[in-house]
Write a protein that binds this ligand. Structure first.
Ligand SMILES: [Zn+2]
Length: 91
């Protein structure tokens, strides 16, 4: 599997680390224990297209948001994850 990094171009999988589901959002301060538990521990086990956070540690060290089909490993989208890197790539 090869991934096209928006900063480095096409690179081999070994340069990247999958950091899991990109869907959960950190609960606001003062959230209930149940909301925090869900955020920390509960993940969907999706069979199909899924957004994931990946880290390009062997390259630009950017966090990426990748849409990948978990059944076929086909990648349909790669974009910078929200944050500092996302702003610089949007230029
Ligand atoms: Zn990169």
């Amino acid at each position: 599997m090869r991934i096209v990094c928006p900063f480095c171009g096409e690179r081999e999988l070994g340069e990247f680390t999958c950091l899991g589901d990109a869907k959960p959002l950190r609960p606001a301060a003062g959230a209930s224990d149940d909301e925090v538990f869900d955020y920390v521990y509960l993940r969907d086990n999706i069979a199909g297209a899924m957004s994931e956070h990946w880290y390009h540690g062997g390259g630009c060290r950017a966090w990426l948001k990748i849409t990948r089909n978990t059944l076929t490993h086909e990648i349909s989208a790669v974009e910078p994850a929200a944050g500092v890197g996302a702003r610089s790539a949007a230029r």
